[in-house]
Design a protein around this ligand. Sequence first.
Ligand code: HEC
Length: 158
Amino acid sequence: MKTNFILIAITAVVVSSCNHKMTSIPKNEVKSTANAEGLKLFQQNCYACHSVTTKSHDEIIAPPMAAVKRRYMMEYDTKENFVKAVVSYAIDPKEENALMIGAVNNFNVMPKQAFSEDDLIKIASYIYDNEIESPKWFEDHFQENHKNGQGMGNGRNK
Ligand code: HEC
């Protein structure tokens, strides 16, 4: 009986110290396995072009995903609509559906690729739910070129 009690006590201590560890995960670490999967798919499928590690504006071949997110957040106010819009664009990119006319002019339309719709939903949800890293130069470029909301998709001033 006594040993049972000691065992229970030890288990309780171990369990509660695990709980404690759970709550002290740093903010930026993935929140759940769904997110971890979304991030992995995002990196595998989109980073090649929508990279966050390019060193300058001249090296990029597509807008950083943080820029895409910002533009889509302006247009779509719910997660559902945001995810739908990103998925349908990525599945079949067409110039007439593009919101980022400046980017289309600079880089041409995103090439059509064989993404799975399920993966795209996970990727788009990840993008919506998480802060997407943006390259350092991007903030400067954004402040400089998109003052007062100019150049945000109207295509007249890139
Ligand atoms: C082969 C390069 C390439 C890959 C890989 C790529 N993209 Fe793109 N993407 C582009 C380019 C170039 C643009 C800018 C031109 C445009 O808007 O179509 C773009 C633009 C976009 C836009 C904004 C479209 C608009 O103008 O409204 C979305 C959304 C997008 N990409 C999603 C994705 C997602 C999600 C992935 C990964 C599943 C992905 N892209 C992978 C090249 C790529």
